[in-house]
Write a protein that binds this ligand. Structure first.
Ligand code: AMP
Length: 211
């Protein structure tokens, strides 16, 4: 069961991905976390990524596609499936993902969009900053956050119709309490066979949200 969590920064993708990992034995792959690890290790990718991330811009597609390709390649990456958190963020990334999964005989189960009220995301950001104390992310400040939101609108939101067209898009109200969002996602996933990747991707009529 391979799925994507989609939504603007602060929508709760990371929180829901962690819950899904626990419940379904899936592996979360957060490209933001992978990039922050590259920055911490001071790699070339990390240096390039830091400049983009600190400005609230996207890191170039080829870097991200390469990172996800090696992740999908690893045998131990998602025996039961993966939850992609923060990838894809552009149409070329979505197209590359389709190709990479197809090459491995895998497919997407569904794309879960966390729908949020953007006006209230700044409130969430302020609480996240307050809770993070000294560990606050360098891109978690209001100015950069506004950039990240506009990048989401311009470059990432177009992948919503891309997945809608192929019947994979499911939407959940991400403004609800965490437990309720999680329950709604469970309801969406309840129709899928957790262990059967093929069954998921080959389902005609597409996503559970159309039931
Ligand atoms: P996140 O932790 O998902 O909020 O990502 C933090 C930052 O990492 C983003 O603002 C981007 O600069 C970068 N990033 C993460 N994932 C991607 C991606 N799929 N494509 C391009 N940049 C990304």
């Amino acid at each position: 069961m391979n799925l994507i969590l989609l939504g603007p920064p602060g929508a709760g993708k990371g929180t829901q991905a962690k819950i899904l990992e626990e419940k379904y034995g899936l592996r979360q792959r957060s490209t933001g976390e992978m990039l922050r690890a590259e920055i911490a290790a001071e790699t070339e990718i990390g240096k390039q990524a830091k400049r983009c991330m600190d400005a609230g811009h996207l890191v170039p597609d080829d870097v991200l596609i390469g990172m996800i390709a090696s992740c999908i390649d690893k045998e131990n990456c998602g025996a039961k499936g993966i939850i992609l958190d923060g990838f894809p963020r552009t149409i070329p990334q979505a197209e590359a993902l389709d190709r990479m999964l197809a090459e491995k005989g895998k497919s997407l189960c569904c794309v879960i969009e966390l729908k949020v009220d953007e006006d209230r995301l700044l409130e969430r950001l302020r609480s996240r900053i307050a809770e993070s104390g000294d560990n606050v992310r360098s891109d978690d400040n209001e100015e950069v956050f506004r950039n990240r939101l506009s990048v989401y609108r311009e470059q990432t939101a177009p992948i919503i119709p891309y997945y809608e067209k192929v019947g994979l898009l499911c939407s959940v109200d991400g403004m609800q309490p965490i437990a309720q969002v999680s329950a709604d996602i469970d309801a969406l996933l309840s129709g899928f066979d957790e262990d059967d990747d093929e069954e998921c991707g080959n389902r005609s009529g597409g996503c559970c949200c159309h039931r």
